[in-house]
Design a protein around this ligand. Structure first.
Ligand code: ADP
Ligand code: ADP
Length: 237
């Protein structure tokens, strides 16, 4: 039951004559409900990989298939070959992103930030409000609905980002160092929250992290080196 399949991905950044090949021939399959950690040295290409999986960028060659209900059809969609606007809509429906820095919109409240992906999916404001409120309560921010990001602590902002990433019930969360900016205890809380949602809703997790203690808690740990993914034996994590 694979929900994300990347096959023979190659990505080369080109700026004038300067070419930076990041990977060439990378394969990855993520199953429904599976939790995967991506580790690797700085500059190995972890962020690039996550951007490709989420359709924020397109590979130089290779395919990325996302199993999702989109345009009324449950199918495997080739995210890289969709027109930009459709790629954005598929991403908004099927995937949730969490970054190291929260990327909440500063002028909107926690509630409005969390409602936004629902409204972008064409669902009514009242339904969006209902879903966003329930999720914010679930992440412990029931008393912070009307706070703007600048009025929340780092951990609260990151929990709001988790709520926003989950509000369209994506089949997969893609996290780029989602707890990297938090102190150990807050990081553990946000991490537990993601694991709990994985258990409760079967949401897959693909998390880039340099925290081996957290990585060890996931089903598989993949190390990105020399442009390839290699599964680390549990004892090496
Ligand atoms: P990681 O997340 O593992 O630290 P990145 O995916 O950010 O690695 O970067 C991988 C390589 O690609 C690095 O050498 C980086 O300098 C290069 N790179 C990343 N983004 C760009 C870009 N937009 N243009 C050119 N090179 C880039
Ligand atoms: P930096 O990577 O230097 O922090 P930005 O703040 O512009 O630069 O972007 C932060 C992250 O947000 C990047 O990983 C970028 O790819 C991502 N991003 C950019 N545009 C969008 C978008 N429309 N939707 C979701 N993520 C985006």
């Amino acid at each position: 039951d694979v929900i994300i399949r990347a096959s023979q991905l190659a990505k080369t950044y080109a700026e004038g004559k300067l070419k930076t090949p990041v990977f060439d021939g990378l394969d990855l399959a993520v199953s429904a409900g599976e939790t995967v950690a991506i580790v690797g040295a700085s500059g190995a290409g972890k962020s690039t990989l996550l951007h490709l999986l989420g359709g924020l960028d397109v590979p130089t060659t290779g395919d990325i298939w996302i199993d999702a209900e989109f345009k009324g059809v449950r199918a495997c969609w080739d995210i890289a070959s969709l027109p930009d606007a459709e790629r954005g809509r598929l991403r908004n429906r099927a995937l949730g992103f969490i970054y190291q820095f929260h990327h909440l919109l500063p002028e909107f409240t926690a509630l409005e930030n969390t409602m936004l992906p629902v409204m972008l999916a064409g669902i009514s404001a009242s339904e969006a409000r209902k879903r966003a409120t329930a999720l914010l309560e679930q992440v412990g921010l029931g008393a912070r609905l009307e706070h703007k990001p600048g009025e929340l602590s780092g951990g609260e902002r990151q929990r709001a980002a988790v709520a926003r990433a989950l509000v369209n019930t994506p089949s997969c969360i893609l996290g780029d160092e989602p707890t990297g900016n938090l102190d150990d205890r807050t990081a553990a809380t946000v991490f537990e929250l993601m694991l709990e949602l994985n258990r409760a809703k079967g949401t897959s997790l693909v998390l880039v992290t340099h925290d081996r203690r957290l990585a060890r808690r996931l089903d598989r740990v993949l190390e990105l080196t020399n442009g390839r993914l290699r599964e680390l034996p549990p004892d090496d994590v």
